[in-house]
Design a protein around this ligand. Sequence first.
Ligand code: NAG
Ligand code: NAG
Ligand code: NAG
Length: 449
Amino acid sequence: MFVKVLCFVVLLKCVVAVGESQNQATTRQRYSGYNVNNVNQNDYISKIFGTVTGLQSSSHDINQKLDEIDNKVSRIDSETRNGFASLKNVVGHETPSATLNHVKREIEAMRLDLMSTTHKRQADASSSEPDCSEKLTAIATLLTSTRSAIAGIQRDFMSFSTNMSQLLALSSDIHKRQHLLPTKQYLNNVVHATTSPHQRIPPVYGILNNPPRLGSSCFHISQLSSSVTGDIEIQRIQVPTIPEPFFVLCDHETQDGGWTVVQQRIDGTINFNRNWLEYKNGFGNIAGEFFIGLDKLHAMTTSALCELLIVMEDFENNTRYAKYSAFAIAGEREDYAMNLLGGYDGTAGDSLSFSASYKFSTFDNDNDGWVEGNCAQAHTGAWWFNACEMSNLNGQYLGGNEGTGKISANNQFQGIYWNTFNGPNYSLKSVKMMIRPVAERTNFYSNLD
Ligand SMILES: *[C@@H]1O[C@H](CO)[C@@H](O)[C@H](O)[C@H]1NC(C)=O
Ligand SMILES: *[C@@H]1O[C@H](CO)[C@@H](O)[C@H](O)[C@H]1NC(C)=O
Ligand SMILES: *[C@@H]1O[C@H](CO)[C@@H](O)[C@H](O)[C@H]1NC(C)=O
């Protein structure tokens, strides 16, 4: 009985031993597999060899143990026959020979099982040994080529990232220079211009996709404080709806600055009694007397909500101002009507609200509210005439005679006048009309009064 139990223990240990050696082999392989990049290949291969050898020797051990078991079982057989009587007492009702046969069958089944496994493994180990070494060689070759492939990929990657950063640098350079590239539209224009002798080649900035960054108003420029060089200065601006940038006079001094001057009278050197086309396009000298032009005024007052400031001076050196919280004029199709004029504030009095909503008129284009007559002709000016006006800042420069602004009776309304500041029998010494965006400064609705 005791011997029989011992035999079972031996058998179990045997099975466990085989299982363990198998597990160890697979575990080691798996571990090596994960670290194929780091572990020396020779190391790896010798480990595989070790595992195979281990498998072979454990098969040998198993055979030996099986032989032992065989012997032991034979011995049990005979001993059991001898101890038949005592065994009968233990197993009770079962016949001893049946029990013994049962045990024998069990042991035999296990033995066969074990034998077949062992033989299979032995056969594998011996018959596939040349195969195995071939496979190992193949794996080693594969590993070597994989390693060199990885090194190659690494080299390519390094070169690729170098190329990539060069490309990035290049593309940002191109991006910076992109505005210098003419568009198809521009080239078309040039072709047109060169084929028709009277047309001038359009300036390149007029048709650029990406023109150089310019302020869109004097206020915008004043926000880029480094570009402001003086209280009153000429700057170049670019208004969204006008393709070409243009020069403007900026007043960075009056009422917190940031004003774009749209009209200026100072000494009468420029004739303001001009026709529609000239008022449309603008005229004069931006560094002196000028009118900026209705197209530009329309573009500027519609690209951003603007306020209007008019500063006037008489020959007694009195300065007055009239400020309107909002100001915009329509386009040419609506005859540049003053379709937005906000609330008045100032010291000169309000002499402009009378013109709000009225169209612009010149002597050759009468859009005024005076049915029977022509305000522009009668008052020698160009303005948003009602029937006719309370101010005529584009009137004739009539002041200055003997250092005074007083004008003769037949010139009433014809000078540069502001009804609430010296009236229509006076022609002012200087006038400056200026606009400034308000939308980005304050809440536009609270400014409309
Ligand atoms: C990087 O650029 C060089 C030429 O400048 C080229 O020969 C090489 O093939 C490029 N490498 C990659 C990965 O594109
Ligand atoms: C107005 O100012 C100018 C210079 O700024 C001066 O020459 C002139 O005398 C002044 N006129 C009066 C009436 O004060
Ligand atoms: C302007 O002068 C004319 C003619 O002298 C006169 O009839 C008119 O009342 C004056 N207007 C004002 C506002 O003083």
